[in-house]
Design a protein around this ligand. Structure first.
Ligand SMILES: Nc1nc2c(c(=O)[nH]1)N[C@H]1C(S)=C(S)[C@@H](COP(=O)(O)O)O[C@H]1N2
Ligand SMILES: [Mo]
Length: 411
């Protein structure tokens, strides 16, 4: 953790946000509508009373679930493309002490730990001199859709929008680690970002990965997002990208990497970010952190979202194109199936452009809307045969909610 004397105070005013984006007019719904109307159906009703459309510098309006720390989710309208634009990308932090003056010129990445021969220090230019890798990958918060848990659980009550997909460019973490030299005894690699807690008692946000995942050729330290420098609140000037794994590992403003010969401790490894052993059909495991009952959340479970219509939307009778996105933990989407009879029969949706196995996969389906209510239910299957669940697999943190979505369209 760095000690910072200046802290960013984030603008909270919806009016300021409206002024900032005024005149763009491309997303009338998100800009004009109240934040409450942007909430995902099913999140705790109390949220509607305090939620606003917040505007962080450089961002279009996002649903502000909390301000300190900043937790802003994207409204449904921002998921109409497979690549999420930088100014529409969600923002999630655990700690409020975000330094306001992280500069590319003075940025340093320290690499060390008892498992390294180092320590070394790299500048942003040093990182940019390493072979550059590009990977398109979904960054999804472990708690995405937590607000839809029944019964409701504690935590940021995310709806559908704590996720985004971008084209990330950076250096392989394994090339950075090689600069320091990693000893055979290393079992985990840990990560720390530039920000710290505001209150001493709050534990610093430190995460680790098993060495095998840290060394994966797709795990990178990114300095570009969709061809531009990282937006400040998405980790400027450099962050970790862990394709296939949930957002908790994607450390922003990455300033410290340590090779560990013992498991990383601390609140954010345990009890936080854990799932019950055996509850979810995940392949990737983090064995050095696993105990008898709980294990760290790892890869994203297969999931899909209807993005063309909200639940209850009015449509014309006849041909209606229903479209959305599907994604998983990096096996790739095989099929997206749609049912208009409550799950009795299914037909395959048409898949759109393949941006790679870690990316959002667009899909679309032609509905023949009849007078009255039409239900549309979606289920994605990945290339290892995993599908979404019909019923919630409840867990106390509200993780891994991939219940098949069903919406009603009224013609
Ligand atoms: N430095 C730092 N990095 C962080 C976090 C954080 O609190 N601090 N939160 C993590 C979590 S839980 C998520 S879901 C993602 C969110 O990435 P985003 O804010 O770019 O959307 O960042 C991760 N990296
Ligand atoms: Mo997260």
């Amino acid at each position: 953790m760095l000690t910072m004397n200046r802290r960013r105070f984030l603008g909270t005013s919806a009016a300021a946000g409206a002024a900032l984006v005024g005149g763009l007019g491309r997303l009338p719904t998100a800009e004009a509508a109240s934040a409450a109307s942007q909430l995902t159906p099913g999140v705790p009703s109390g949220i509607a009373s305090y939620v606003t459309m917040g505007t962080l510098p450089g961002k279009k309006p996002l649903i502000q679930l909390s301000d300190r720390p900043p937790n802003y989710e994207a409204p449904l309208e921002y998921f109409r493309t497979a690549i999420t634009p930088n100014n529409e990308f969600f923002v999630r932090y655990h700690l409020a002490g975000i330094p306001e003056d992280i500069k590319a010129e003075t940025y340093r990445l320290k690499v060390g730990g008892e498992g390294a021969n180092g320590p070394i220090e790299l500048t942003l230019d040093d990182i940019k001199k390493l072979p550059a890798i590009e990977v398109t990958a979904v960054n999804q918060c472990s708690g995405n859709r937590r607000g839809l848990s029944t019964p409701h659980v504690a935590g940021v009550e995310w709806g559908y929008g704590a996720m985004g997909c971008a084209r990330w460019k950076g250096a392989r973490l394994k090339d950075i680690l090689a600069k320091a030299g990693i000893k055979k005894e290393t079992i985990e690699i840990s990560f720390n970002g530039a920000e710290g807690p505001v209150v001493e008692k709050t534990p610093d946000f430190i995460k680790s990965l098993p060495t095998w995942k840290a060394m994966d050729e797709n795990t990178i330290v990114a300095y570009e997002m969709n061809g531009a420098p990282l937006p400040y609140f998405n980790g400027f000037p450099a962050r970790l990208i862990v394709p296939g794994w949930t957002g908790t590992y994607w450390m922003k403003h990455l300033v410290e990497v340590n090779a560990l010969t013992k498991p990383q401790g601390g609140f954010w490894m345990k009890p936080a970010y854990r799932i019950p052993v055996g509850e979810f059909p995940v392949v990737a495991r983090f064995l050095t952190q696993e105990d008898a009952t709980s294990t760290p959340i790892t890869e994203i479970v297969v999931n899909s979202l209807i993005t063309s219509h909200r639940d209850g939307a009015k449509v014309k009778r006849g041909k209606v194109t229903v479209s959305g996105l599907a994604w998983d933990g990096g096996y790739g989407i095989r099929t997206v199936d749609v049912s208009t009879d409550g799950g009795k029969t299914w037909v395959s949706a048409k898949l759109g452009q393949d941006h790679g196995r870690f990316a959002f996969r667009p899909w679309s389906f032609e509905l023949n809307a009849k007078h009255g209510k039409n239900t549309v239910m979606v289920n994605a299957t990945n290339r290892i045969g995993q599908t979404q669940t019909a019923k919630l697999l409840f867990n106390g943190a509200g993780y891994h909610n991939n219940v098949m979505q069903s919406i009603t369209l009224v013609a």
